[in-house]
Design a protein around this ligand. Sequence first.
Ligand code: NOJ
Length: 711
Amino acid sequence: MKKITTIAICIATFLGACKTESNSNKNVKDPVLEKRVTNLLSKMTLDEKIGQLNLRGTSSRVRGSLPETLKQAVRDGKVGAFLNVMNKDYVDELQKIATEESPNKIPLIFARDVIHGFKTIFPIPLGLAASWDTEVAKSSSRVAAVEASSFGVRWTFAPMLDISRDSRWGRVAESPGEDPYLASQLGKAYVEGFQGDSLNDPTSLIACAKHFIGYGAAIGGRDYNTAIINKELMHNVYLPPFKSAFDAGSQTVMTSFNETNGIPASGDKHLLRDILRDKFQFDGFVVSDWNSVTEMIPHGFAKDEKHAAEIGLNAGLNMEMTSKSYENHVKELLNEGKVTEDQINELVADILRVKFRMGLFENPGRAQNTTEVLYAKDHLELAKDAAIKSSVLLKNKNNVLPLNKKTKIAVIGPLANKPREQLGTWTFDGEKEHTVTPINAFQNEKVDFKFVETLSYSRDKSEVQFKKAIQAAKQSDVIVFVGGEEAILSGEAHSRANINLPGAQEKLIKELAKTNKPIVLVIMAGRPITITNIVDDIDAVLMTWHPGTMGGPAIYDMIFGEKEPGGRLPITWPKVAGQLPLFYNHKNTGRPASSIEFVHIDSIPMGAWQSSLGNTSHYLDAGFTPHFPFGYGLGYTKFQYTNLKLSSDKISKDQNIKVTVDVENIGEKSGEEVVQLYVQDVVGSITRPVKELKGFEKIALKSGEKKNSFF
Ligand code: NOJ
């Protein structure tokens, strides 16, 4: 195993995959900083130390004025950080108490799930991943940081770097997709964007790489479920994006809810000590997920709250989110010798180190730029640009898109004018009043259209309005159907067994197809949506994910050809949910699926004798290919690849190879292409995937223009 892993890493290195570039946030132990930490620790009481390990999470429910008990807890130094305090006056008041009245005047950190934007909402993370553009990822997180810090937020629970190979999982919407290389590049970019140039800049949010680890490998895509990950997959697929985020300087990491191979992450000493601290040299702090320490009880790993605290502390989990096992039991555990004061000191030191790095002791206040930064013009422009670069054109029969601006359009479907839904999951702070829907954009641009929503939400089964929709379709040249999933159908705890268009959407599309008018399907959804039942009824499919605040104008620009959809799939798009999990970087097997040998279920003769001959690793009914592969996406022009060259046809350990290829825009329009480099280690002492992404570059070419891409 070792040998092959080394070869894979070596190949990655020459492509820049594993480079750890110098970064101002990089975790390097600074003696002056360490001295400050030790000095402060030496002055703290045990109660204060326990307080630093406490992430208080119930304050978002506070109405009216802040409860005296909460203020007193801060005054006594019993809280290290807060989650979800979204009232700026409360932030100011609590921070003032902490820094002026608590025994050692240790500042608080205010945290929030700022996932794909704060007020200005960008496409969901799976959409941003589809941009294959690290600049898009970085600028989206920088905008989010600038906006959120004006509310006092200095810590975001992002980026989520869980590789997901199963689109039934609701949180696939938040994921970077299925590929470790793409996810690693994005992870680095997000961290750089959130944390900015300097951690002590008041607009810097410390990042939190989550969920450590294996959360995306939940069995059957059922959220919170068990993960079984062997050592090879752990090191080649699940850990690399986290390593990349740590190398980029992510100051925190969140343990996941799930157990992997029998050990819940919040109690996994090997993960949190051997891998995180020793191997990755991480010197920030670890936060649990919401109650994930005490959830080790139902997992069957801890017998009670005290035992859960003991396991979490010994594993090296620094800060407990919302549950209070540390607060309630550290003293007892110390008295019983189940943990030592040195251990507690070490856990607290990690938190103080980050607080010092953030400059909170010198400058604990909010970034003073509140109102001007929210929905700033450049933020909205970046959000629109991101929505365009994230959208994936999956089908475009007879080049029906882009439409001519004079085309008469029937706009139909449940998501054409749903500002809240197009924001997607994890958008507590985004406001529908500031969101521009496709209908708003069409109105603003004076498009000749008639809007018949027909289904009032994505799961609507009512056919009452079908007639009206068909009539509008008949009176138009083209049907633009905006459908998909409402925001609530993906995200945490929202897994689906079927991932097709819910409600009566498919039925409506089938009825509309009978008018023989071209149908452009615009999908807004948190995951790939199976369209096998309707794909022959529609002419174009534009996947916009949940595109965010500026989804409407972005869709207008793409539909009318002002801009080209720039996305490529960051995840394999299945034909049917029964194919899941499905991913491009699978192993070959001893009987690889092949179209030559494939026997479809309908071709098996009646009374056939039992035989495996002619059958390989496939489904009789769904075959073995996806509907659309990883990396796929159309544009409005065509590219031709020629002259692929390797600097050598052999590579040994520690050697580099240069790969070059000419890419030419042979279409009539300007366009962008994502040049993707895959490798295969053909024979090894352990087997390797059939294909592995090891480099990509997004290039813009005018018609007739040619560029030499190299890796
Ligand atoms: C639970 C989620 O799993 C996690 O991602 C999130 O950051 C926390 N809740 C806090 O809201």
